[in-house]
Ligand binder design. Structure first.
Ligand SMILES: [Zn+2]
Ligand SMILES: [Zn+2]
Ligand SMILES: [Zn+2]
Length: 142
């Protein structure tokens, strides 16, 4: 039988191919597992990132700009001027704006603290250190 060795050769080849296929299958399974794990990892990272961003947004919200206006005595010159309502003064001219402070740090309860009025360098009141720090953080790229 001239073809007999060929059968052996063919069988050998098939076995080798089988081994190769098994190896490939193992590799695919390994990569699939890694991808699955990493996807979970990415999702966890994404959730962490979103939670962090939400926290930062809340901090940013709390440490918001609070504009300080001069008391223009508005009722004495009630004209068509653009006005704003301020807790401490009532209606004042928008043009009476003097400077800004942090609502959380210098005006809790929407009223400027005596400390801020008397002893703050207002160039440091807004943005406050907290808000400046949050604003300096890198934005999400997406
Ligand atoms: Zn006014
Ligand atoms: Zn602040
Ligand atoms: Zn202040």
């Amino acid at each position: 039988m001239a073809s007999y060795p060929d059968h052996v050769g063919t069988a050998q080849k098939l076995l080798e191919q089988q081994a190769e296929i098994n190896q490939l299958r193992a590799e695919v399974e390994r990569l699939t597992e890694i991808t699955r794990r990493d996807t979970a990892g990415f999702e966890a990272l994404g959730r962490e990132n979103a939670a962090l961003r939400a926290k930062l947004a809340k901090v940013s919200d709390i440490h918001s700009e609070f504009k300080i206006y001069d008391d223009c005595g508005h009722h004495t010159h009630d004209d068509d001027a653009d006005t704003v309502i301020v807790d401490d003064l009532g209606e004042v001219c928008r043009s009476a704006y003097m400077y800004s402070i942090c609502r959380e740090c210098c005006a809790p309860g929407d009223s400027q603290t005596v400390d801020c009025v008397d002893s703050h360098d207002h160039s440091e009141c807004w943005p406050c250190v907290t808000r400046a720090t949050v604003d300096e953080l890198p934005r999400e790229s997406s």
